[in-house]
Design a protein around this ligand. Structure first.
Ligand code: SF4
Length: 204
């Protein structure tokens, strides 16, 4: 009999709390495992916690989180209806990119989350998340806004590619592209019949 996703996620979180699989466990303030319903149809995956996430133990708070919340509205999604996590569950010092070794060490947790939740659609926020899920390098400037088939951890789902919301803080152009991508995502979710879409995306 299939165990309940909530129980599996709780077990995984408790393993991650004790994990010493990479050096990030020594420098983090808090584990940032993931938030959201265990039966979410939509998952969002970023790359790694930043300063505010590390302080709060919650993904996407602070300025990037504020941007993400606004973008979710563009897609007609409510934050509490989606499951949000990162490729690595602890903050790399100075907000550097996670290394290949750290990504590999943390992989079983993302695999476990995706396998437990079984999302219909995953949004890759940035090239590191997209590269991990697709198993190949992704040039986001060329591929953002696209929807591809993905199999990760033995689960088949649609993968939507876009920038990391933090990129929209530093570049007006990327901010516009992110807004366009999330409006497009709203249309895709409707077409796929994903029930968590609560309202029509707003026009500009
Ligand atoms: S970041 Fe991942 S692999 Fe590294 S110690 Fe934390 S849970 Fe383990």
């Amino acid at each position: 009999m299939r165990r309940d996703p909530k129980g599996i996620l709780e077990e995984l979180r408790s393993k991650a709390e004790k994990c010493t699989g990479c050096g990030l466990c020594k420098t983090r303030a808090n584990l940032v495992f993931g938030v959201g319903p265990a039966n979410a149809e939509v998952m969002l995956v970023g790359e790694a916690p930043g300063f505010w996430e590390d302080q709060a133990g919650i993904p996407f708070v602070g300025a990037a989180g504020k941007n993400l919340n606004a973008l979710l509205q563009e897609a007609g999604l409510k934050r509490e209806e989606v499951y949000i996590t990162n490729v690595v569950k602890a903050r790399p010092p100075g907000n550097r990119d996670p290394t290949e070794e750290e990504i590999a060490a943390c992989r079983p947790f993302l695999q476990g989350q995706i396998s437990a939740i079984g999302p219909k659609l995953v949004v890759a926020l940035g090239r590191i998340a997209a590269g991990e899920l697709l198993g190949r390098p992704v040039a986001m400037s060329r591929e953002h806004g696209s929807l591809v088939d993905c199999n990760y951890a033995g689960v088949n789902f649609k993968l939507f590619l876009t920038y990391h919301p933090a990129a929209g803080i530093y570049s007006g152009r990327t901010k516009m592209e992110l807004q366009d991508d999330f409006r497009k995502l709203g249309g895709i979710l409707k077409k796929l019949g994903i029930s968590s879409v609560t309202k029509q995306p707003q026009g500009r």
